[in-house]
Design a protein around this ligand. Structure first.
Ligand code: SF4
Ligand code: SF4
Length: 371
């Protein structure tokens, strides 16, 4: 078999892939059913995947539903993303303890084991690319992110269906998996349950060479393209980019933000689930023994004290905080990093408890079309 051509892996052989990924102490992370959602957690075996489950998503709503075809990856995205593993919500920076002679002993955390992330979608890969630009390749590189990212293996999954909140096609971030993966799986449940395996990197090729793959049939060989085309057709939401920047900037002083603020709870959930939001704060924790821990934690522009400088917060109203988030994500991110900060995954809309939808809010800022 040509080692760049897609091969087919039987569903019962998925454990071979997980075992190969885990070689050398690599931690394998993949989708599992937990807390009423699909989360990215340690994946000990293929049996832990959410076989036969999907999610029903729309702004302000996500429910797990069973699906009759038994698909392992038959959902779009859950609230989790690669961010939680590459840029954790809590990161110990160091621990300090008073030594016996009164000096200070500093302990830094050991580097984490290398990671393999299974089940990421095209939008997730686009989000990693954005976080790379900021946290690895930017002027203030983060050594913790760079360390987790350095030896990462990615087994992506080609979406065959779009979720109810997805709009990745309009952001040019999906649904076809095209780059950023080592391997890509396209799941086929008709007939024998199987996965078409595409190779995306030399590391992926080395793993594929050790998998029990069969040559893909002509139908299987085009399954990734067919799946992506079906997911694109199904995607009913879009955030057209043309004129978006101008309309948001023209509305900066308008009344829309106050209207959103009457619904927004300021909970910061949208920024926590967003796979590209990267802001953090630092806290020091002390105890009565004289030990101290410095920890970095996810922070959010929705928090009142996020913009605190001497005298008070710069963005004291919810309206100004929502405006900051939306304009940064869709407009000023482009000025800073050369692209939109949104990959169209829809998580912020799905997981907003008030059902505030970034697509609807951004579209509402457009001037009405002339008759
Ligand atoms: S802003 Fe919303 S839709 Fe865009 S990447 Fe973040 S969570 Fe996804
Ligand atoms: S937009 Fe929704 S998720 Fe974001 S802070 Fe407001 S209520 Fe919370």
């Amino acid at each position: 078999m040509d080692d760049t051509a897609p091969g087919t892996l039987a569903a019962e052989d998925l454990d071979c892939l997980i075992a190969l990924l885990a070689e050398g102490g690599r931690q394998v992370i993949g989708p599992v059913r937990r807390d009423g959602a699909i989360m990215l957690d340690p994946l000990p075996a293929a049996s832990a995947l959410p076989w036969g489950w999907t999610t029903e998503d729309r702004p302000g709503h996500s429910r797990l539903r069973s699906r009759p075809d038994g698909a392992a990856f038959g959902y779009a995205v859950g609230p989790d993303s690669a961010k939680r593993w590459l840029h954790p919500a809590r990161q110990t920076l160091f621990k300090a303890e008073r030594g016996a002679e009164g000096g200070m002993a500093i302990e830094r955390p050991a580097p984490p084991p290398p990671l393999a992330l299974v089940g990421l979608r095209a939008c997730d890969l686009a989000a990693i690319h954005l976080q790379d630009k900021v946290l690895r390749d930017g002027s203030h590189a983060d050594p913790h992110y760079a360390s987790r990212r350095s030896d990462l293996l990615v087994v992506a999954v080609q979406c065959a269906e779009s979720g109810g909140a997805c709009f990745c096609a309009s952001m040019q971030c999906g649904p076809r998996v095209e780059q950023g993966h080592d391997l890509c799986l396209t799941e086929i449940t008709e007939g024998q349950h199987r996965f078409v395996v595409e190779i995306g990197s030399p590391a992926g090729a080395a793993i594929a060479a050790r998998l029990p793959l069969s040559p893909a049939s002509p139908i299987d060989a085009i399954a990734p393209q067919s799946a992506a085309a079906a997911a694109t057709r199904e995607q009913s939401r879009a955030l057209p980019q043309e004129g978006l920047r101008e309309s948001i900037l023209a509305a900066l002083e308008g009344p829309s933000w106050e209207a959103i603020a009457t619904r927004c709870l300021g909970c910061a959930g949208c920024t926590m689930v967003c796979p590209t939001c990267f802001c953090t704060g630092v806290v020091d924790l002390t105890d009565l023994t004289g030990a101290a821990t410095r920890e970095r934690r996810w922070d959010s522009c929705f928090h009142l004290d996020f913009s605190y400088i001497h005298g008070g917060p710069v963005r004291s109203s919810l309206a100004s905080r929502y405006r900051q988030w939306l304009t940064h994500k869709l407009v000023t991110w482009q000025d800073q990093f050369g692209s939109s900060g949104c990959v169209g995954c829809g998580r912020c809309s799905t997981w907003c408890p008030a059902g505030i939808d970034i697509v609807a809010e951004a579209m509402a800022l457009r001037p009405p079309e002339s008759p």
